[in-house]
Design a protein around this ligand. Sequence first.
Ligand SMILES: [Zn+2]
Length: 290
Amino acid sequence: MQHAPLLLADDEAPACELIEGSGSRPIIFVCDHASNRVPRSLDRLGLADHHLEDHIGWDIGAAAVARRLARWFGANAVLAGYSRLVVDLNRALHDAGAFPEISDGVLVPGNIGLGMQARGARAREIYHPYHRTVRQLIDADTTAEQTPVFIAIHSFTPRSNGVERPCHIGVLWDTDPRLPLPLMRALRAGRDIVVADNEPYSGRHPADFTIDHHAEPLGIAHTGIEIRQDLVRDEIGQERWASRLADALRPLLEQDALYTRLTAAAGAPSDRQLPVERRRTGLLAGEPGA
Ligand SMILES: [Zn+2]
């Protein structure tokens, strides 16, 4: 049965933007929180424009960094077309955070008491098309001998609950150390960059849905990268930090071993070595999170 479109008008932006790379290496960048757009039919979710422009609406600066990295590496990229407040693509649909009623202390009127039909429309028209696009890219880049490298780009607020966050970049990971460990070493070689390991959010957190859903189960080399928002608010910062990331990533992304499925020999801890209680780092109730 065909569902009538309930959310997006024909002239509105698609659920996501796909950038198809022409590079020789299969590299995929994803940006779950690239956009602060809200479908017209949702009337800004009842929020003032300044709330949507703030970090609760999107990951400030992340899309611009992801676009640059995709261009420089000739990589594929998928960028969200709509705000995390419409539906958070980095959450399981059944997670309360997928349709946040409150975000960093701000009530989201358009999400209060959201019914099944409204949730279904956001899932059908935005959430599923985004994740389908990501999966199709992965499938297209996967052969018997080769798998793509998967990198999620996010940004975080310089202050949370009144506490300053001193790190410039956080590298998020869980069971596959192949990309994140050398990436942290390369970034730290810059000396003036404060690089955090699984901070301010942890890659071990169940809320890190996109990586947990797409990359980990397939054994694809991956990492999440969090950049502090004040560093990438303007074009100069976006260019500078994208270029620092590119410099650190370039030699790593040259290595053939990264384009293969994770095996025990590559250093993955066995399930038994992982903590039973997955670590919760930094994420407080109502905080927008990774
Ligand atoms: Zn994010």
